[in-house]
Ligand binder design. Structure first.
Ligand code: FAD
Length: 288
């Protein structure tokens, strides 16, 4: 299928890109989601602004306890970054689960979160990491917490004319008597690699007790979410097998599960509970 005709701009600076978006154009990053949608005529933009040459959108930097990742940073760059693997291993592990090598070479973190596919991988990790998204408009910039950023299926809080500039995640710190452990566990759709369910876990332990648990879930419902009931059930516990099972059984509480050709709502919910237990056990083992 051939997309309908569109204008194309390839700015070299962020300011040029934002100025073009202010006139109603649509950003193009890796094109891994947008181009197929255009070919299927599910997206009909009149004007695309290719961010591929905006070098100031592609970076991974550490500053004051956080990693700042430019929107145009590819999944491969995240997956293979020593900084990410060392300072925020959950994000690197999650990136390595996305699609196949071609998708990871083209697709970007900004494109993935902007697309807000309910089966995308990054959103689970970004929920568990309590990430922030920096949105730049023509006149101002704002920082949005990830839970406020994802609104619904394919829907975010990006306003017209805004662009994702970067994603901010915390550096994982162990030391001073605490240990952290993380894990991303996923059941992948066979053809695409998208998550039927994906569970990202981040735990911190002090003196044998879980002092912090964060669980992000993707694939199960209309948008990625934090499994707050399960998190609460773990905090203050040792994380023995019975406690892990009890917490994992809560990850679907209050959630309306999706049903599609890949899995019924009941099966998806079952997978979410099983993979939550698996991700929790792995993260706790890594924290030892
Ligand atoms: C075969 C295949 C398998 C895949 N498997 C997986 C998988 O297993 N897991 C997974 O998570 N994903 C998967 N994906 C999706 C992939 O990760 C995409 O890269 C991602 O969803 C979109 O990123 P992109 O950079 O290609 O964005 P694009 O396709 O260029 O854009 C996607 C959307 O984001 C908007 N956009 C892009 N950049 C910005 C920005 N900086 N600010 C604001 N809006 C922006 C665009 O206007 C568009 O609406 C797969 C894709 C394919 C084709």
């Amino acid at each position: 299928m051939i997309p309908q005709a569109f204008d194309y701009s390839a700015p070299k600076t962020l300011d040029e890109a934002v100025a073009l978006l202010a006139s109603g154009a649509k950003p193009l990053s890796g094109g891994m989601s947008l181009i197929p949608m255009m070919k299927l005529r599910l997206a009909l933009p009149d004007h695309l602004v290719d961010l591929g040459r905006v070098k100031e959108l592609s970076y991974i930097r550490e500053h004051a306890g956080f990693l700042h990742i430019g929107a145009a940073t590819t999944h491969h760059a995240v997956e293979s970054s020593a900084l990410v693997r060392g300072q925020c291993p959950l994000l690197g592990e999650t990136a390595s689960h996305i699609g196949d090598v071609q998708v990871r070479n083209r697709g970007t973190i900004g494109g993935s979160v902007a697309h807000a596919d309910p089966s995308a991988d990054y959103p689970a990790a970004l929920q568990a990491l309590e990430a922030k998204v920096v949105l730049k408009g023509a006149k101002s910039e704002r920082v949005v917490a990830i839970d406020d950023f994802f609104v619904d299926t394919f829907t975010t809080s990006i306003e017209p004319g805004e662009i994702i500039r970067e994603v901010i995640v915390p550096v994982e710190t162990s030391g001073a008597g605490t240990q952290t452990g993380t894990s991303y566990q996923k059941v992948a759709q066979k053809a695409s690699g998208f998550a039927v369910v994906g569970i990202a876990v981040r735990v911190r332990i002090a003196g044998g007790t879980i002092i912090m648990a964060r669980i992000g879930v993707t694939g199960l419902s209309n948008r990625a979410y934090r499994a707050a009931h399960a998190e609460k059930a773990l905090e203050g516990r040792a994380g023995n097998p019975a406690e892990i099972q009890a917490a994992a059984s809560l990850v679907t509480q209050g959630i309306e599960a999706n049903a599609d050709i890949h899995a019924s709502a009941e099966y998806r919910s079952h997978l979410a509970r099983v993979y939550a237990a698996r991700a929790l056990a792995t993260a706790l083992a890594r924290a030892e």
